[in-house]
Design a protein around this ligand. Structure first.
Ligand code: AMP
Ligand code: MG
Length: 335
């Protein structure tokens, strides 16, 4: 299959919307990461998304809407808290898990009685949805690889496997949306993302954090967010997540033979091993923005082991930590 390259202008948006309405699968830019979109009500189109990504079919997809008026078609028994969160954080990187209606294709929800919904803020994503239909869209990467934050990442993984890609800019948030379930009491944070737990607590004071955010699920355990149980974001090279101060990290890594480091920019000049910085340690937003592009380059070092300096687990840092602990297959070194 020839993957069409579409520009992120009115013509490209029109073509993307036409392909999607006709059951096509198209990668589109959003503020979080690039998404691989399909009509959320078209079972056959959704199955093509799973196939192109090699995504396990028990891992449900997020449905993207452009207007709040689209929500009651997809979800039912919508609590007031959903509207309070929508008012505060939509459009933006927050996904709400709610009881689903029959309009949602079964395979979108992977057999669950809930649906995950979000309203992206990216103008191109919004215009494509407005010109087509609600779109189910997981990240536009091969399952298991780091999520794509640039159109080039999408083409690297999916060129020839999807109908088109809309060539937008680099994603501004850089990590996927925050996923909160309002289908359980108390509300539960299933995946940290661009909206922090601290921000959510301003609206949801009783929010609890799911175990799977920072801990490896037991084999065969039923996890609230199926995506959390899979190997994710991982370079081929063995990675370790290292917790400690800048001084400790520099000391530790410089004494290791045949390794490379993924470090904060403040540390780069003092490392004697090959290294790549993924932003200032003092800015979780910057680390989030650069994280996946850095993980995609990690294998270029050609070393046996990579040591990654862990961010603080506060604010958007919790989302970065959550992705890195999976990239490192839960191998954490505390200095
Ligand atoms: P991705 O689109 O690749 O970022 O993955 C979507 C994430 O949302 C995965 O971690 C899913 O497990 C999660 N998700 C989607 N739908 C639901 C749902 N109905 N209930 C719980 N988690 C969901
Ligand atoms: Mg994904």
């Amino acid at each position: 299959m020839q993957t069409e390259r579409l520009s992120a202008d009115a013509d490209g948006i029109r073509r993307a919307a036409a392909l999607l309405t006709a059951g096509g699968i198209v990668a589109i830019p959003t503020e979080t990461v690039y998404g691989l979109a399909a009509d959320a009500t078209n079972e056959a189109a959704i199955l093509r998304v799973f196939a192109a990504k090699g995504r396990p079919q028990d891992n449900p997809l997020i449905v993207h809407i452009a207007d709040l008026a689209d929500l009651p078609r997809l979800a039912k028994e919508i609590p007031d808290t959903a509207y309070a969160l929508a008012k505060r954080f939509w459009p933006g990187p927050l996904t709400l898990v709610l009881k689903r209606t029959d309009a949602v294709a079964d395979c979108v929800s992977a057999g669950l009685d809930t649906v995950a919904v979000r309203m992206p803020s990216h103008p191109v994503a919004r215009e494509i949805i407005r010109a087509s239909v609600p779109l189910a869209a997981p990240s536009a990467n091969t399952s298991g690889a780091p999520s794509p934050t640039e159109a080039g990442h999408v083409l690297h993984d999916l060129d020839g496997k999807i109908d088109a890609v809309v060539l937008g800019d680099r994603c501004t948030v850089g990590v996927e949306s925050t996923v909160v379930s309002l289908a359980v009491t108390p509300p539960r944070l299933l995946r940290p993302g661009g909206i922090s737990a601290e921000q959510l607590r301003e609206v949801l004071p009783d929010l609890v954090l799911d175990q799977a955010i920072l801990h490896q699920p037991e084999p065969h355990a039923r996890v609230a967010s199926p995506g959390m149980k899979y190997q994710h974001y991982a370079p081929q090279t063995k990675c370790f997540l290292v917790e400690g101060t800048g001084e400790q990290f520099i000391d530790y890594v410089n004494r290791k033979p045949a390794c490379a480091a993924l470090c904060f920019s403040e540390e780069a000049s003092r490392l004697t091993v090959p290294h790549l910085d993924y932003g200032r340690g003092s800015s979780a937003e910057e680390l989030a923005q650069n994280l996946f592009a850095a993980l995609r380059r990690a294998d270029d070092f050609g070393v046996a082991e990579i040591y990654i300096h862990a961010p603080q687990k506060t604010g958007v840092g919790l989302a970065v930590y959550n992705r890195l602990i999976r990239a490192a297959a839960f191998q954490v070194i505390s200095l």
